[in-house]
Design a protein around this ligand. Sequence first.
Ligand SMILES: C[S@@+](CC[C@H](N)C(=O)[O-])C[C@H]1O[C@@H](n2cnc3c(N)ncnc32)[C@H](O)[C@@H]1O
Length: 224
Amino acid sequence: MITVHGLLGRPSDELRADAADADWVVGGRRHLDTIGVPAGQRIVLGGLQAAIEQVRALPESARIVVVASGDPLYFGVVRALRAAGLRPAVVPAVSSIAAAFAAVGLPWDDAAVVSVHGRPLEPAVELARTVGKAAVFTSPEHGIRELAAGLAGLDRWFVLAERLGEPDEQVRVLTAGQAAQAEPRQPNVVLILDRHPDSPDAPWPGSVAGPANPSHHPTSGGQQ
Ligand SMILES: C[S@@+](CC[C@H](N)C(=O)[O-])C[C@H]1O[C@@H](n2cnc3c(N)ncnc32)[C@H](O)[C@@H]1O
């Protein structure tokens, strides 16, 4: 039995109890330390594929807990586990993107989200050029400075949300010039906005997600 728990900040009682009962707990060293997993019970994540192979080699009866950041269903480990033929139970936490938007009090049902974690930077720059609200999962190589450089000359505000949920969490609203000079701490996410978070919101575009619109409901007789 494999259960994937999301974690952002303090571990829940449910996660602590599941980890204490597990035969093996898989996760990054930072997460395993936070939960206090004993050495003999740990599978420390280096490469994800190597950890997946280790998990697959365990007996089916083994109770395995995987700890992953934020929402493991959103740009997270569950996709890779499923691709390996595994079907874990999932207990999600709040995604770091949701936490970053919450920190500045902005709705994000109109945001476009992209990851440059182990991926090229250019699609994220292109996206932030074309939408007014973009959110980026960063990496040490592709972070706020590189994003700001790619968007030079464009009128954008940046929100740098570092180490969300940790005691040293920091969320800063930066101009493009400040973003280009920032020294970010890991991990972090970056929001790229066409207006300051305290400005009035753009009208909701109605094309991404949001409250049900009865006139679009197939059974309401409205246009589809
Ligand atoms: C593989 S993605 C996992 C995202 C995760 N599923 C989520 O919903 O937040 C890893 C990226 O998430 C972001 N991240 C994870 N934990 C974070 C934290 N505590 N604070 C800020 N960003 C975080 C970073 O951009 C990091 O590179």
